[in-house]
Design a protein. Structure first.
Length: 618
């Protein structure tokens, strides 16, 4: 039998490694920008065409490379960051594995121009599919100029599974912002298809956060600082009133590296306990400075997961410093009592001896069982008040509502329930509408029912020419969006206009909200638009995920966001006519059982089960 085990060619091995390191265009920018930071760059420019599909260019003014180093840098496991295994636990740079450039060159066409300050002339290197095509001297400034073209040109399957340009551009901006937030002393710029999306000049950390996410963040940031023998924690947390529904900007950075850590996130949320309503999340930007020997960075290809030696102690430290920041800098408004028409309450003065104890007077001859002493007595001619009234016989049709039709939570509700239901409804605890049907007792969640009704109404308006009607605001409001949110806004702006929104771009990521869809009285326009952006971003992040059970398009996600904002809230008292309208409108929908995101709307308690509850107690 012949041998069957063989070594893979370097080109195949590099493509396998590239599958772990280079997942999308954002991965290329992350690796190249991190290398520029490690090279000591003061200015980093990123130029992208077609969200990285066509071209990615990263220009820096770092230390540059020699002609020999430039060629060796594209070999696998070639790096200047570490020399031995022990260096993995004493890392002071962003990169250390020596796989990024080799992985990029394996799946793209790369051109590099670089020069060191000590050299009079630089080097130009061209590589495609891990093969060196050309290397020659060239006149270029100090630093590196990487141009990556036709990403995944030799891996068609990977290129086919890239998302839309808007989604990929949003991922690029997210990765770029994570690095820019760590180094406020570096000048970062970003251009896409010739348009400048980011121009972050050097400044303080607070200014960098404001430049990236908008001016409203600067007003809501609370500084955090704690220095212990274990680690140093600095940064900012937001005021409780700045919390948002999901999608909040939560950032952890460890020794200049972005990190995801659900355990530490729970610590921050614990500090906001009872200050933020359930379901809301305050933004925060927390920076850890810790000994490299106390953490392990080399556990994930993207380096976003880090293990700590003292996780529990740091958890307690986080809770303490965040609570201290909230308590120290959140001013409690003083209670301004209304002094108009206030009663004149005398102040007790012990030097005065004329104060007498209050006296209680009572009638010692009063007897509550004496009919003569009772002043509340029914009139003697009370029978005449009810003359002419005849007793009403029980409604025979009511019993016919509770037939033998099978019902229950999993029953598919048919159109017959609409004609069989009782005209009288009962609202339970401001949350559920209860009505009698032939098979038992139907319980409807009023908020979810209205979500389904409004969702189909918005979907119908969005599909018709002209769309929904708009309600103009008396005073237009402006909102400044981050670059990633601006990309999403440009993607959904036509759909928003079709639904009744009147939004005007003012440049620089600023939009004016001039009108909102009609029928949304009492809704904060800025919060509504911000929540829509969060929902769409979450939809893009979950698109194609195996765990996603409900597949909604972008337009459907917009309709659902509007329906949630305009739906009847829990606790609102409804009249019988309003409940009747909700029930009738619900049964005219295409799906009366579930909301668009799969939550149940109604259940039916079978008559037999209700009778059994009473029979069991006899």
């Amino acid at each position: 039998m012949s041998d069957i085990i063989h070594l893979l060619p370097d080109s195949v091995a590099n493509q396998i490694a590239a599958g772990e390191v280079i997942q999308r265009p954002a991965s290329v920018i992350k690796e190249l920008v991190e290398n520029a930071v490690d090279a000591g760059a003061h200015t980093i420019n990123v130029i992208v065409v077609d969200a990285g599909r066509t071209s990615i260019q990263v220009i820096d003014d770092g230390c540059g490379m020699s002609s020999t180093d430039a060629r060796l840098a594209f070999e696998r496991h070639a790096t200047s960051k570490i020399k031995q295994a022990d260096d993995l636990f004493d890392l002071h740079t962003m990169g250390f594995r020596g796989e990024a450039l080799a992985s990029i060159a394996a799946v793209a066409q790369v051109e590099l121009q670089t020069r060191m300050a000590a050299d009079e002339i630089g080097t130009q290197l061209s590589i495609a599919g891990s093969k060196v095509l050309d290397q020659q001297p060239v006149a270029c400034p100090v630093g590196c100029n990487f141009r990556v073209e036709n990403l995944f040109y030799n891996v068609p399957a990977r290129r086919k599974f890239l998302k839309s340009n808007a989604t990929e551009l949003n991922n690029i901006l997210t990765a770029y912002e994570r690095i820019a937030l760590v180094y406020p002393d570096i000048h970062f710029t970003f251009h896409h298809n010739g348009a400048e999306l980011l121009n972050l000049k050097p400044g303080s950390l607070r200014q960098r956060i404001t430049d990236v996410f908008g001016k409203q963040y600067g007003q809501d940031l609370l500084p955090v600082e704690a220095d212990t023998v274990m680690c140093r924690v600095t940064g900012f947390v937001s005021k409780p009133e700045a919390a948002r529904k999901k999608g909040g900007n939560d950032y952890f950075f460890v020794n200049g590296r972005y990190m995801k850590h659900p355990y530490f996130h729970k610590a921050v949320m614990t500090a906001y306990e009872r200050l933020v309503p359930e379901g809301l999340q305050p933004p925060y930007f927390l920076y850890f400075e810790i000994k490299p020997s106390d953490i392990d960075v080399n556990i994930h290809p993207t380096k976003t997961e880090i293990k700590f030696e003292n996780e529990q102690a740091i958890w307690q430290l986080l809770v303490a410093v965040v609570r201290d920041a909230i308590g120290k800098f959140c001013e409690i408004p003083s209670i301004d009592f209304d002094t108009v028409d206030k009663p004149d309450i005398p102040v007790f003065d012990p030097s005065h001896d004329h104060i007498q104890a209050p006296k209680v007077t009572y009638n010692p001859s009063y007897n509550p069982f004496d009919h003569a002493s009772s002043s509340h007595r029914a009139p003697s001619s009370w029978e005449t008040l009810y003359e002419g009234l005849t007793p009403t016989a029980p409604d025979a049709t009511e019993t016919s509502l509770f037939g033998e039709e099978q019902g229950g939570g999993g029953t598919v509700v048919t159109s017959r329930l609409l004609s069989d239901k009782s005209p009288a409804h009962y609202q339970y605890k401001g949350q559920y509408i209860m009505t009698a049907v032939k098979s038992g007792l139907m319980v409807i969640d009023q908020h979810r029912a209205d979500i389904r009704i409004l969702f189909e109404r918005y979907a119908s308006a969005g599909s018709t020419e002209g769309g929904g009607s708009s309600q103009r605001l008396l005073f237009p409001e402006t909102m400044q969006l981050s670059p990633s949110d601006s990309v999403i806004m440009e993607q959904i702006l036509p759909e928003l206009s079709n639904l009744g929104f009147d939004l005007s771009p003012l440049g620089g990521g600023t939009f004016a909200v001039n009108g909102i869809p009609a029928g949304m009285d009492g809704v904060d326009p800025l919060s509504l638009v911000q929540q829509i952006l969060v929902d769409v971003a979450e939809h893009d992040a979950m698109a194609g995920a195996a765990s996603q059970t409900i597949d909604l398009s972008v337009s459907q996600s917009l309709h659902l966001s509007l329906a949630r904002a305009a739906a009847i809230p829990y606790g609102q008292v409804l009249s019988n006519e309003e409940m009747e309208s909700i029930v009738n409108s619900l049964f005219s929908c295409s799906n009366v059982n579930y909301t668009p995101d799969g939550k149940p709307i109604l259940v039916i308690l079978p008559q037999a089960d209700i009778d059994g509850l009473f029979d069991a107690k006899r």
